[in-house]
Design a protein around this ligand. Structure first.
Ligand code: ADP
Ligand code: MG
Length: 247
């Protein structure tokens, strides 16, 4: 496989904070349509990796190619426009707006064909909202004020807000933190549905959840990759048991 076939190619990525390498010469490839899970102990650099990919943090060196285009010098909004969406650990929905409004304001406007569609625009947005609401299980909650949703529903809404932009790479940082068992189950189903036509990187700790969703698992430790492979492969890896799973 040539490099151009990857959705994401991270090579030699390093970032130092006051001399401390939070990410240390890291190389990682994610296929198109792949759901990759990143695990590892606290402080391993998982969140920092996502910060670098979405442009929130600048790399000290190395390369981040998305569909073979260099992202590491681009401002955050152009990285979003290139097709990379990222969800942070805490939901950032507009609590005083309805579910519908939250999805509506997330629709990317003023570019390409939508701007030229004129009055048809409303219907395009409406259809997209219906499609996304269906996907995230909130189709019957569109008029509800978002602040009244359960914790899990708020997380799904935020995923929905990202889906309004149709990202080709979606990155989620600990999406099931604080969720009930039932919500975790529904989230696993949701992620498996939405990765059908995009790549995903999910950071998660819950091993049952990871084994349900992961195509491949990357284990990080001290800013580097400790192991990579199938869930079974990394679970059986003595290095991984030693620094992470054994605890
Ligand atoms: P993880 O998500 O795997 O728990 P993080 O990526 O949050 O780990 O953090 C990795 C390391 O980098 C930690 O030691 C953290 O304190 C440090 N770090 C992360 N972001 C910054 C920053 N902006 N400035 C300084 N240190 C940081
Ligand atoms: Mg983190």
């Amino acid at each position: 496989m040539s490099n151009t076939d990857f959705a994401l190619a991270v090579e030699g990525l390093t970032v130092s904070f006051d001399g401390f390498k939070a990410i240390d010469d890291l190389t990682l490839y994610v296929d198109r349509g792949e759901l990759r899970v990143v695990i590892g102990p606290n402080g391993a650099g998982k969140t920092t990796l996502l910060d670098l990919i979405c442009g929130k943090t600048r790399a000290s060196s190395g390369s981040i190619k998305f569909k073979n285009e260099e992202m590491s010098e681009l401002p955050e909004h152009l990285i979003v426009r290139a097709g990379i969406g990222r969800k942070f650990q805490t939901p950032s929905i507009y609590e005083n707006l309805s579910v519908f409004k939250n999805l509506e304001v997330s629709f990317p406007r003023g570019r390409g064909v939508i701007g030229a569609l004129g009055f048809k625009c409303d219907q395009v947005v409406r259809d997209k909202i219906d499609e996304v609401a269906q996907l995230i299980g909130l189709a019957d909650r569109l008029d509800v004020e978002s602040g009244l949703l359960s914790h899990g529903q708020k997380q799904w809404l935020e995923i929905g807000m990202l889906l309004m932009q149709d990202p080709e790479l979606l990155m989620l940082d600990e999406p099931i933190a604080g969720m009930s068992a039932r919500e975790r189950e529904l989230t696993a189903e949701l992620l498996l549905r939405i990765c059908q036509n995009r790549s995903m990187i999910v950071i998660e700790h819950d091993m049952d959840f990871v084994s349900r969703i992961a195509h491949k698992v990357t284990v990080m430790h001290q800013g580097k990759i400790l192991a990579e492979g199938s869930m079974a492969q990394v679970q059986a890896d003595p290095k991984v048991i030693d620094v992470y799973l054994g605890h």
